[in-house]
Design a protein around this ligand. Structure first.
Ligand code: AMP
Length: 190
């Protein structure tokens, strides 16, 4: 099984590119953000716990997302691997992921990182807010908090995966098609 970590700041285009990636490589797309939003929509206890954190632009506790990921690893059949989108988001989550995979003799295949400059992050999220209607895209101060959380807690993962020899950076500027081609050229190596 292949385990790809899809990495990048908010608005880099992870969700946009994920569909084509899962189709071409027969992967299961696991977006912790999407899983959490459907828990909120379904009104589950987990969703209620996560709602205020997400809407303030803060991370939900590591154990919550780790539990969701592990359950999906167990229940998903018939794919050649997983595309982890929005997970891991902290070094602690990355270490837990390594342990989970190690238990079955597997490991992360590569971290596919889509990079855009900070200034473009705001533009992309403002644009998405008009299309998807996400509560955490609507208020500038919440978006700012997510960007700061990204820099403080998630960006250190770049070094984590670089040291493991698994970091593959892709230029996220340009058209959706151009970025997709760059991603495919990288993933074809694995
Ligand atoms: P996303 O759709 O990836 O932008 O995630 C939306 C929100 O869900 C984030 O701002 C966090 O509040 C929460 N979330 C998603 N994935 C994680 C994660 N791996 N760890 C903690 N919180 C997460």
């Amino acid at each position: 099984m292949k385990y790809y970590v899809l990495f990048g700041p908010p608005g880099a285009g992870k969700g946009t590119q994920a569909g084509a990636m899962v189709e071409r490589y027969n992967l299961c797309h696991l977006s912790t953000g999407e899983l959490l939003r459907s828990e909120i929509a379904a009104g589950t206890a987990l969703g209620q716990q996560a709602k205020s954190l997400i809407e303030a632009g803060n991370l939900v506790p590591d154990e919550v997302v780790e539990g969701m990921i592990e359950a999906k690893f167990r229940s998903t059949k018939g794919v050649d691997g997983f595309l982890l989108d929005g997970f891991p988001r902290t070094i602690a989550q990355a270490q837990v992921l390594d342990k989970m995979l190690d238990a079955s003799g597997e490991d992360v295949t590569a971290c596919i990182s889509i990079m855009i400059p900070d200034q473009l992050i705001h533009e992309r999220i403002a644009h998405r807010a008009t299309i998807e209607g996400r509560a955490d895209d609507a208020r500038p101060e919440i978006v700012e908090n997510r960007i700061q959380t990204y820099h403080a807690k998630t960006e250190p993962l770049i070094d984590f995966y670089r040291k493991a020899g698994k970091y593959e950076e892709i230029d996220g500027m340009g058209s959706i098609d151009d970025v997709r081609t760059r991603i495919f050229n990288t993933m074809d190596k694995f």
